[in-house]
Design a protein around this ligand. Structure first.
Ligand SMILES: Cc1ncc(COP(=O)(O)O)c(C=O)c1O
Length: 411
């Protein structure tokens, strides 16, 4: 297995040049210099309205199409039109739920999960006001996963939507989305997947997952503060548009993008695919491949790096009898990502983080808006969990520094 050149990787991130260890990446990752450059390029070369006949407007439109092609390489939709862009994952799911709210009927049912961030919970529970019935799908405490068999008791002929996370932003456990999608579809319901905590770690393939809707934030995958929501074309066709009344229902994705797209941020995402391609090529990939092939090769390298650093931290945490890992106690990349949460017996989670802060290491405590995760596990009294969320640019040396600090705190 090839090792990721982290020195090369880190040279692409200006924020990483300072003496600080960023391990709160599930809250937001650092941004790539190529993304910054591309956003600036758009502003300098093409900052005009689209749809006019003059040359710069035509160029702006072409640059936006390049940005959408980059997003398509990252998600693998049938076509870039299936991608709706918007301010954040929370905002996009809210928009989707409000649109569904216009066609659902009293007595219809929606299943939300206890493993989710509230971004994919409260937009759905808010629909209770329309007489829609909400059911909660618990994850199992034995493996921290959502099990499709547990859906059997919840699904009914009235189920219209199942909303769940691909990966918990606290537990780090990867849920079996394809298996869940098959079950949901067998009941003629739709599956809405929150991919925010998954996408920084693995390349998403919405077609292979067969999710009906799949949402994530770009600022957690080394890009700007913005979000993307995939939906199957036939579903966008059926859903009521959320834009002005005069925007036609077949104007996809615009009918779901009130105010339009943020052009410079969409174009900026070509900086991410450029980076992924450069990393793949620097590690022996062949010239002339499809963009998505390079994306996959880069993410495979990221997975190897993330597994190595996760293994180190998990081994340390397991060696302490007073520590409980809140998530799978393994670094197996099939089972988890490198977002690792834990609690320490006899200590509040905030106490631990406050002692780490002076060491120039950014980690965090709390519920991370995954309210049902923390409540289900009864962890409110200790102020939630301590979360160390690492990505591919974190190094073994950084984990060693964190472990040395934790060794002093967790005696
Ligand atoms: C799993 C998960 N879903 C959704 C969100 C919300 O994302 P956004 O800030 O883009 O609304 C977060 C943010 O932390 C998250 O971790």
């Amino acid at each position: 297995m090839q090792v990721l050149n982290t020195e090369l990787v880190r040279s692409y991130f200006p924020a990483l040049q300072q003496d600080f260890i960023f391990m709160d990446n599930a809250g937001g990752s650092q941004i790539l210099q190529p993304v910054i450059d591309k956003v600036q390029k758009y502003w300098i070369e093409a900052n005009v309205q689209h749809g006019a006949s003059y040359a710069v407007s035509q160029k702006a439109k072409a640059m936006l199409a390049e940005g959408k092609a980059a997003m398509a390489a990252l998600l693998n939709p049938n076509s870039p039109e299936e991608l709706v862009m918007g301010g954040s994952a929370s905002l996009l799911i809210k928009l989707l739920a409000e649109s569904f709210g216009r066609i659902l009927k009293a007595g219809d049912e929606i299943i939300v999960s206890a493993a989710d961030h509230e971004a994919n919970v409260s937009p759905w529970t808010d629909l209770e006001r329309l007489g829609i019935k909400i059911k909660i799908w618990q994850f199992r405490e034995s493996d921290f996963l959502l099990h499709s068999e547990d859906l059997d008791q919840l699904l009914s002929p009235r189920t219209r939507i199942v909303a769940c996370t691909h990966c918990s932003n606290v537990l780090g456990a990867i849920n079996p989305i394809r298996e869940i999608a098959d079950k949901v579809h067998a009941h003629e319901a739709k599956l809405v997947v929150d991919g925010v905590a998954y996408a920084p770690h693995r390349l998403v393939d919405v077609q292979a997952l067969d999710a009906d809707f799949y949402v994530y934030s770009l600022y957690k995958i080394y890009g700007p503060h913005y979000g993307v929501m995939y939906g199957k074309k036939e579903l966008w066709e059926q859903l009521p548009g959320m834009n002005h009344y005069f925007i036609k229902e077949d104007d996809i994705p615009y009918k779901m993008e009130p105010g339009g797209e943020n052009y410079e941020l969409v174009y900026g995402m070509t900086g991410l695919t450029d980076y992924l391609k450069a990393i793949a090529l620097a590690h022996g990939a062949k010239e002339g491949e499809e963009l998505r092939t390079y994306c996959q090769q880069a993410f495979d390298l990221f997975t190897t790096q993330e597994t190595a650093i996760a293994e180190k931290l998990i081994a340390f945490l397991q060696s302490r009898s007073n520590v409980r890992i809140i998530g799978p106690a393994t670094a197996d990349p099939q089972q988890r990502v490198s977002t690792i949460a834990f609690v320490v017996e006899g200590m509040k989670s905030d106490e631990i983080v406050k002692e780490v802060d002076p060491h120039h290491i950014g980690i965090r405590f709390g519920d991370f808006y995954a309210k049902k995760v923390i409540a289900s596990l009864g962890l409110q009294p200790q102020n939630g969990v301590v979360r160390v969320s690492m990505v591919h640019y974190n190094t073994v040396e950084e984990v060693d520094r964190l472990i040395a600090v934790l060794e002093q705190i967790i005696s």
